[in-house]
Design a protein around this ligand. Structure first.
Ligand SMILES: C[S@@+](CC[C@H](N)C(=O)[O-])C[C@H]1O[C@@H](n2cnc3c(N)ncnc32)[C@H](O)[C@@H]1O
Length: 387
């Protein structure tokens, strides 16, 4: 019903000039601030036929009565999306993952607007898939997409997990089969595990695969690694595989560190686990401690525009502290996981924090299963600096 009848159920809505231009350029969102009062009658989840100034049909989208994004545009052009169109979107997304799947059995099958399925994310871990929907307006469509992914990939189970912001309204729900407490997956030579139901996001940070690979390919023989904001320690394991003799994993979540200790160490003696607020912990760290590789992967800190300056200030503090503990010729990896801080702003902040003391060595691009097709989709930035 959700997709077969779009042609019949879609209501006509004439876009204001700016919104029409955005749709023409292929942008997947129309912001609330770009809407006219005529939209006030629509309910969340309503399909809209989006009209331009001359009443020409520019595309089709789903309306949301709440939040900053009022319409998620699914399709451009005059023909309405139907079941075949959705199927083709899913096939196209899965085809893009073929290369990644040679390296891992955990990947993002559907990356929302970047795969032309706004607000819908489906991650796969082994034989399970995890659906996340970012707006009530796409909940029903998300379930449909997850069912199709499950079938196309021959998976055994599916769970619908709600992003933190929506957890208060909806509870996670099993959609199919049984979800094991811990699911094993591999990435190259790394054997990893994830607790899908208890973990953050879909369970693990799949987008950091490129960084895990980079770390695992470094020569860290005899080296010391400081893994800040370590979560379940998958980067710590990558460092151990690369030969590190000592790895300090620091995170505020004791639960995440317990998982790290239990699941992501080969020789536990090489790892230290420190449950602390990193901003306070630095003052307790012996000024003489030196590390050859420091990873700084803080939480997003800025989900709103007005939080950007505070987040950047916190980043600068982290970089200052991290640099004090860097060995000669040591490397620092800095990550930023919010598109609120643009790539340009992030790079500029890092460069000005390190001055000419550290040199930029590498810029790790997003993984193939996390394609970026519009400016706001460019959320994850990972840079490597060296002293
Ligand atoms: C982006 S995730 C890190 C992912 C991790 N690097 C990995 O490899 O999976 C951010 C982490 O920061 C932790 N965190 C948030 N605020 C913190 C703080 N003030 N001090 C220490 N850890 C913090 C969260 O518990 C979360 O695990």
């Amino acid at each position: 019903v959700e997709v077969t009848s779009v042609k019949h159920v879609a209501k006509r809505y004439q876009l204001k000039k700016e919104a029409a231009a955005a749709v023409k350029q292929g942008h997947p969102w129309i912001y609330r601030s770009q809407m006219s009062t005529a939209a006030e009658v629509f309910k969340t989840g309503q399909w809209l036929k989006l009209l331009g100034p001359q009443n020409d049909v520019l595309g089709y989208g789903r309306f949301d009565a709440d939040g900053l994004i009022a319409i998620r545009v699914f399709k451009q052009g005059s023909t309405a999306p139907d079941a075949n169109w959705f199927d083709a979107r899913i096939d196209r997304a899965l085809a893009k993952r073929e290369q990644v799947r040679k390296y891992t059995d955990a990947f993002r099958a559907i990356h929302g607007e970047n795969d032309s399925l706004p607000g819908i994310v489906v991650d796969v871990y082994g034989d399970c898939c995890v659906l996340q929907t970012y707006s009530a307006s796409v909940d029903a469509l998300g379930r449909l997409v997850a069912r199709r992914v499950l079938k196309k990939l021959g998976l055994k189970s599916a769970i619908w997990k709600f992003p933190v912001k929506r957890k208060t309204v909806r509870e996670d729900r099993i959609l199919s089969g049984k979800i094991r407490e811990e699911v094993a997956f591999r990435e190259g030579k790394l054997q990893l595990k994830v607790s899908i139901e208890k973990g953050q996001k879909s369970g693990a940070f799949l987008d950091l695969r490129g960084l895990r690979k980079w770390v695992s390919l470094q020569n860290l023989n005899g080296k010391r690694v400081l893994n800040l904001f370590s979560y379940t320690g998958t980067l710590g394991l990558a460092a151990e595989v690369a030969g590190a003799k000592e790895i300090w994993n620091v995170d505020v979540s004791k639960g995440a560190l317990d998982v790290a200790k239990r699941l992501h160490t080969l020789q536990p003696k090489k790892h230290k686990f420190i449950a602390a607020d990193i901003f306070e912990w630095f003052s307790q760290l012996d000024p003489k401690e030196r590390f050859d590789l420091v990873i700084v992967d803080p939480p997003m800190m800025a989900s709103r525009k007005d939080q950007v300056e505070t987040a950047l200030k916190a980043y600068r503090k982290l970089y200052r502290e991290a640099e004090k503990h860097l060995s000669p010729r040591g490397q620092i990896v800095v990550c930023c996981c919010t598109s609120r801080i643009t790539r340009g702003k992030f790079e500029q902040t890092v460069a000005s924090s390190f001055g000419n003391r550290l040199k930029k060595k590498q810029n790790l691009p997003p993984e193939d299963d996390h394609p970026v097709t519009f400016p706001e989709g460019d959320y994850l930035k990972v840079l490597v600096y060296q002293s």
